[in-house]
Structure formats: C-alpha cells, structure tokens
Design a protein around this ligand. Sequence first.
Ligand code: SAH
Length: 263
Amino acid sequence: MKSRPSFPAKLPSSGGQSSKPLSPATVMVSPASAGRSAPSSSTAVSSGLGLDSSAVRARMVAKLAEQGVQDPWVLQAMGQVERHRFVETALAGQAYEDTSLPIGLGQTISKPNVVARMIELLRQDATGKLGRVLEIGTGCGYQATVLSQVATEVYSIERLRGLHEKAKKNLLPFRLPNVHLILGDGMLGFSKGAPYAGIISAAGGDEVPLTWLDQLAVGARLVAPIVTASGQQALVVIRRTATGFDRQVLEAVHFVPLKSGIA
Ligand code: SAH
C-alpha cells in the first residue's frame, strides 16, 4: 500500500499567514528549507486584491492529495498559485475544478491534476528545489508559475506569439525573477539554459526531440506526452543516467500537438 501523503497535516493551515496565495502584488519569499518533507512555508504579503480563492484552492489541493499527489513542494505550489488569474474572466469560476480550459488560439491550460502529476514526476528524488528547468509550451504561463515555486530557474518557451505575449502580461504582476519566457520553437529546446535539471513539455509529438535529451543533465528527468503505437498520447518519463537514458511510458493523456516553427 502506498504510504499516506504527509499533506495536509504538514502544510500550512488555511487562513494562516503562511498560506497566502501567490497573487499579483504579492511579495514572495521562496521556501528556504532544503527538506523534501516539509518545505518551509512561504512568507507572502498579499494586498488582498480580488477574489478570495484560498478556500477553493485548498479544496483543490486536498483533492490532488487524495488523487495521489504526495510531493509537499508540488502541493504547496498548487495551493499558492492563483489559477483563476490565468484564464478568461468568464471561466474563472471553473479555475479550481479538475478540468482543462481554453486559453485562446486553440490551446488549453492542463487540468490541475495533470500539472501536479507531471511536476511531481519531474521532481522524483529531488530534495528541496529543483535546479534549472525548461518548459516547452508556456501557454498562459500557469504551469511556469507553479514551476517557479519548485525550481530555482524556469525557462519557458512558446511558439505562438499571441500566447507568449499573454503569458508575459499574466506573469508581470507576480514579479517572478526566476521565470524567463522565450518566444521560439521548443522542438529545439533552449540551449542557453542547458543542461537542465528537468524538462517538461505541455505539447505532445510523435517522439521526444533528441535536442531535449541533449539538454538534459545527468540524473535529470524529462516528462512529456508522446503519441504511442495505438495513436493515443501517453506520458513518458526519460531519465538521463551516466551511460544513457531510462524510459518509462505511463498513463494516457490528452495534450495539444507539438508543432514546429513560430507563428
Ligand atoms: N503550460 C501551459 C499549457 C499550454 S498548452 C499552461 O500552463 O498554460 C501547450 C502549448 O504548447 C501551446 O500554447 C502551444 O502553442 C505550445 N507549443 C506547441 N508546440 C510548441 C513548440 N514547438 N514550441 C513551443 N511551444 C509549443
């Protein structure tokens, strides 16, 4: 039997000073502790702007824990980042439901459960924060913001100018100095930040581009959707070892396609 996740017992209780959301006009001090089991709570000063979504977010986090997400860093980050700020106002009411939502230009923001699952896979074995990570497919910037809480640096690349601009606008008020948004073709990875302690793709191709593998540090993992023999997408996790790559194909998923070039 799986051991019970430490959440919620070890996470800051809702309403406490330490559970203030990561929201615009919030000054964030990242967890200083290197311990995996109990990331120290973030000190955040919120202006109290807008919707009080902390209770719905806490419910979402409790559900993620029930669904098997155990990494306290991931749960804490999911509890802090205000997902409703990344979707159109008309969809804000659905922001904490376990559903993907349209973000424009035919693209979607992944379900919270999928975001949490993929980041947990990326962080397997990590004690404390991950180092530099690369995200392919910035979209609206939500996942990049979650990553900014669990990794020291985030490079996130988007091929659609409209979404790259949208993500820049969405992230601006959060003032996250460790997130770098790049307009470019993520099929080529982003060599300037390599080697990465993790690479995560929010778009699925037929195979993982070899450049991603090249840009992975030894011991690091890549998590991405790929199209399998059956024509369905599945999550693949590839870990770079000292001598090669270990590969695991996991559950079925539904992501937008990985495309080349900038548009
Ligand atoms: N992580 C995003 C999810 C966005 S959906 C979020 O939190 O909102 C996946 C994104 O991948 C889309 O915006 C799509 O345009 C982008 N994408 C597809 N192929 C790409 C490529 N080769 N390089 C960069 N981005 C790509």
